[in-house]
Design a protein. Structure first.
Length: 72
């Protein structure tokens, strides 16, 4: 069986979630690694760190949206 080829990351057509994920990877200094080898080249620790930060940011965005609704 052959190796599965990683799908190249299309920087021009990112979903908002992919954009956030890539933004966090960049902040952690992993942008080049992800672009060169795809998401599968990250270690479990690196992936977990990105996932944790995504969860934290989504929670913060949800709180902010609720605060805005209360103000209006």
């Amino acid at each position: 069986m052959g190796k599965k080829k990683d799908k190249k990351i299309d920087l021009q057509n990112l979903t908002p979630e992919e954009q956030l994920k890539l933004e966090i990877a960049t902040e952690l200094g992993l942008f080049d690694k992800v672009i060169d080898g795809g998401w599968k080249c990250l270690t479990a620790k690196e992936s977990g760190r990105i996932g944790g930060i995504i969860s934290k940011r989504k929670k913060e965005m949800k709180k902010e949206a609720l605060r805005r609704e209360e103000i209006e």
